[in-house]
Design a protein around this ligand. Structure first.
Ligand code: FE
Length: 334
């Protein structure tokens, strides 16, 4: 008798469970941002909406290739990655679809999203100057260009030109200054290098701490991480080009895939990520700036001071990426 009841229960479950799965809303995300960052955010979203989020994480390049290879069979609905250069590449390779949403337009300033609405910035990162408080006076610093001045000879550290962050920075400098002037600036940087370019921003800052150089160009959240480990850190951020066009900023962001099976749910998630509620969760966990201008950065980030941001559309990072790579090669920036 007991056994019969169990069998009935099992067959009922067999009928109900697949149906439940069929109707439960879900979104599949491929993310170049790590699990530590996205999981807490997705947990909140699922709690609020009941929508299940399945995700995988990997580097931007492999994820892009995976979506391309999967073609119309891709399970991915939303691609999350860092740097406008990567987002631009994803859009150009045809794996994203345009999304028209007045909420996204309202939440995200136009210079932080694709002009054809295929990707949207979700957090803002500033690529700025960091310097030794002991060996440089802020009055010695002014612009990205001035890092090429002979006064800084043998005192500059840079991350490798192979990193998309620097390719994007140089691409946006080309958009602003043209090729000739940008090339002169980059050549000046290379001339001033104290050491071979580092594989990451933290390495460049550690070289300043070790006395190898006095200044570097980094994304502010890497500075934030070091500062958390050591509140007495003898390094400081400097905001260049404040009399000119402002600090170079870039984004992390996302786009809905061309063959998304859960398109509408992916759009809803994207809109939520740009909303006031999610913006702090998204930006604060990596010490970045919210893309939504209605949202204030975390107090620890705000403590680094207000600054004027360059308003060049970040898609220039993609448009001029090839030019930037060629230019850095000519300038012998490794
Ligand atoms: Fe980074």
């Amino acid at each position: 008798m007991k056994r019969k009841k169990l069998l009935i229960l099992l067959s009922v479950l067999c009928l109900v469970l697949p149906a439940a799965n069929l109707f439960a809303a879900e979104v599949v995300v491929y993310s170049a941002r790590n699990e530590q960052l996205i999981k807490p955010l997705f947990d909140v979203y699922t709690q609020e909406t009941g929508v299940k989020i399945t995700y995988i994480t990997d580097k931007a390049g492999p994820l892009l290739e995976k979506i391309k290879a999967e073609g119309s069979n891709t399970p991915a609905d939303l691609l999350i990655t860092v740097d406008a250069g990567n987002l631009w590449n994803a859009a150009r390779s045809g794996i994203l679809q345009p999304i028209t949403s007045s909420e996204l337009e309202m939440n995200i300033p136009s210079n932080f999203r694709d002009t054809d609405n295929r990707w949207f910035g979700l957090s803002v990162r500033a690529r700025t100057i960091v310097y030794s408080k002991e060996r440089i006076k802020p009055s010695e610093l002014s612009t990205y260009e001035a890092l090429a001045d002979p006064e800084l000879n043998g005192r500059l550290c840079l991350r490798t030109s192979k990193k998309v962050y620097n390719q994007s920075l140089v691409a946006m400098m080309i958009a602003e200054h043209g090729i000739k002037k940008t090339e002169d600036i980059v050549k000046g940087w290379v001339n001033n290098l104290a050491a071979k370019p580092f594989s990451n921003d933290t390495g460049a800052m550690q070289a300043i701490l070790a006395g190898q150089c006095d200044a570097a160009i980094v994304n502010t959240y890497y500075f934030g991480r070091l500062l958390k480990q050591d509140p007495q850190l003898p390094l400081k951020l400097f905001w260049p080009d404040q009399q000119g066009s402002g600090v170079h900023v870039n984004v992390s962001g996302a786009g809905v895939t061309k063959y998304a099976k859960n398109r509408d749910e992916a759009v809803k998630l994207l809109v939520w990520l740009s909303s006031a509620k999610a913006q702090n969760l998204f930006a604060d966990s990596n010490m970045e700036y919210p893309v939504n201008p209605a949202v204030k950065p975390h107090p620890d980030v705000a403590a680094w001071g207000d600054f004027k941001k360059n308003i060049i559309n970040v898609s220039e990072a993609g448009e001029l990426q090839t030019e930037a790579i060629k230019l850095m090669d000519r300038a012998r920036y490794q």
